[in-house]
Design a protein around this ligand. Sequence first.
Ligand SMILES: C[S@@+](CC[C@H](N)C(=O)[O-])C[C@H]1O[C@@H](n2cnc3c(N)ncnc32)[C@H](O)[C@@H]1O
Length: 189
Amino acid sequence: MIKMDLFSRIAHKYDNIVGAFNFEEIGRSLPLEKEDLLLDFGGGTGRAAEHLEAVVNGCIVLDRSYEMLKQAAKKSIQSHLVQGLGESLPFRKNSIKQIFVNDTLHHIKKQRESIEECYKVLIPKGKLIIREFDRRKFRVKILIFFEKILRFGSKFFSPKELQGLCHEIGFNTKFVPLTKSKYLVVSMK
Ligand SMILES: C[S@@+](CC[C@H](N)C(=O)[O-])C[C@H]1O[C@@H](n2cnc3c(N)ncnc32)[C@H](O)[C@@H]1O
């Protein structure tokens, strides 16, 4: 059984803590294919899927936390909700065309395994879009400090490290700067 983690405990107030997903800020930078299904990996309360499902051909929100998904279920969204672990995705090899990982990778314990798993389930030329905080930036150092106090056990990458890891796994990668503290690494299988 998956044990109750911090996200499950704060799930009912998660959206209030982090605020709305800023689709305006990121929408144009996301290389999404509108005719394809999107896997929102670690999609939690469906905060991002709520916006993204309107610009793609359906969303699957996958998260380890049943409590986070329960919050997603309360929203009027069409996305499919799936409880599962990033390091063992419940999808067939070569079956998914696009995966979005929003503010989640630094919370994943088995980061390499999860990216390898994404590689496995993506079709050739499928895309893995990871949005992360840049740990070299001052504002992010403050976030890292608070996550340490809260014992989140987060592990942040610099864009170069993340690109390096995705490249090692077999992806071709591209760095896309977003804001002062956030970036995308877009990887193609
Ligand atoms: C900071 S939240 C981000 C949620 C969502 N992507 C968003 O932008 O609102 C991180 C999420 O990752 C999920 N998570 C952590 N480890 C996971 C794993 N190994 N597999 C799947 N989901 C995981 C947590 O349950 C949590 O919902």
